[in-house]
Write a protein that binds this ligand. Sequence first.
Ligand SMILES: Nc1nc2c(c(=O)[nH]1)N[C@H]1C(S)=C(S)[C@@H](COP(=O)(O)O)O[C@H]1N2
Ligand SMILES: [Mo]
Length: 312
Amino acid sequence: MIIRRPTDIRSSEITEEALYRDRRRFLTASGAIIGAAWSGISLAAPVPTTFPNLRKSPLSATEKVNSWQDATTYNNYYEFGTGKADPAHSAHTLVTTPWSIQVDGEVKRPRTVDVDTLMRWSAPEERIYRLRCVEAWSMVIPWVGLPLAPILKRLEPNSRAKYVEFTTLNDPKQMPGVRYPVLDWPYVEGLRMDEAMHPLTILAVGLYGKALPNQNGAPLRLIVPWKYGFKSIKSIVRIRFTEQAPATSWNKAAPNEYGFFANVNPAVDHPRWSQAKERRLGEFLKRETLPFNGYADQVAQLYRGMDLRKLY
Ligand SMILES: Nc1nc2c(c(=O)[nH]1)N[C@H]1C(S)=C(S)[C@@H](COP(=O)(O)O)O[C@H]1N2
Ligand SMILES: [Mo]
């Protein structure tokens, strides 16, 4: 079964969801902005809290999905601490409305776009994707996302644009973790243009049919399902088109461990551990890791002729 009916959801998850819904309701009540958005006035409007009538993408995986609890309480978001539970505890301080994204670099016209504008350009779809962390755990999550390709086209990169760089918000007032020099903040990630334009690449705005919780990268984060999780950058405030490969945070921090491409590759060990197996959250026995996280048929051709042992 791919999507669970409400009757399949354990009571522990319902409690978690109810708390989350209450918090959203509180946020809604505390500002008139959402009302304005629904009445059609663009005030750098927030992402809706639920997405009724979502189109289900045929690009979805057909595996059993992880629980809402797994997806929203076991996170990597170092701006809110390095522990897996830290983001769920601390990310409520992130203010996600209004939210706009600076677009610059190799474009016809540098500009600022808000999330609402992106939502008008491209309808959200539900896509069940695997996310696999370098630390060898994985999850299957029903993301709500906007295909990235049509959005990038609308942003009109020029002919020099060969890469896309993404940057996360860097605000010590909202993000306790950026006071510590764990990474060279802000968090930066990048894709080659053909990777960014691949139909599997999305900008996620939700999961399980609801708006993204802050710990998962609200209001807008990248999901590139064939790459290690660290490429899937959260809470994006800037999209810059570049001629050269952008310098990315994890690559700068430990270039021998984290390459620019970071395609899931069971054949190439991480310097400190094997990549051959992974633990699906909630399962006891490890699984074999699949090349390109199981998306080889769709993406392997992007890397034809490249030595993926060197270009990890
Ligand atoms: N800005 C930012 N984005 C980030 C991270 C981070 O620390 N900061 N962690 C990455 C890593 S290592 C992983 S595995 C995924 C985790 O996404 P999830 O918490 O939604 O499962 O987010 C990625 N995006
Ligand atoms: Mo990760």
